[in-house]
Ligand binder design. Structure first.
Ligand SMILES: Nc1ncnc2c1ncn2[C@@H]1O[C@H](COP(=O)(O)OP(=O)(O)O)[C@@H](O)[C@H]1O
Ligand SMILES: [Mg+2]
Length: 150
């Protein structure tokens, strides 16, 4: 099923100049970036985005981390892309993430795991509209769609 996922390159990805490498992986897979912007997340938005973790001991460190500098927020589109992107991102703890995944290849610490991706269609819907307005999401076709999809 054609889906959209919310993906965010966290401050460490921006600071380490890894944005291009990570974005290239999604492009090379055949996925389509339909929205993208740089922003500095406010504490309020961070708390809302990570509300499911508000009672966890790492919550305040997580909010500090995600608000520490600019992030790149994206909406990525593709067939079954929510689960595919989670696989490409790898386990939450980069030490357990398989090599070949973004976290497995570029990170070492759970508290600096460089990327966020929606974990279900419900989260994707919620997260996309926390960060983007409808008119910021571009629907456009690609000339090679017949080479990517049967
Ligand atoms: N034990 C932990 N210690 C520090 N930070 C954590 C821990 N667990 C999760 N986090 C942070 O909170 C984010 C959200 O956690 P979670 O939703 O469980 O992982 P994921 O990002 O893989 O969906 C993680 O990406 C990570 O930045
Ligand atoms: Mg999560």
């Amino acid at each position: 099923m054609m889906e959209k996922s919310f993906v965010m390159l966290k401050p460490d990805t921006v600071q380490r100049r890894l944005m291009g490498k990570v974005i290239s992986r999604f492009e090379e897979k055949g996925l389509q970036i339909v929205a993208a912007k740089m922003l500095h997340i406010s504490p309020e938005l961070a708390q809302e985005h990570y509300q499911e973790h508000s009672a966890k001991p790492f919550f305040s460190n997580l909010v500090d981390y995600i608000t520490s500098s600019a992030v790149m927020a994206m909406v990525i589109k593709g067939d079954d892309c929510i689960s595919i992107i989670r696989k490409m991102v790898g386990a939450t703890n980069p030490k357990e993430a398989d090599l070949g995944t973004v976290r497995g290849d570029y990170a070492l610490d759970t508290g600096r795991n460089i990327i966020h991706a929606s974990d279900s269609p419900q989260s994707a819907q919620r997260e996309i509209y926390l960060f983007f307005q409808d008119d910021e999401i571009c629907d456009y076709s690609m000339p090679d769609e017949d080479l990517i999809y049967e």
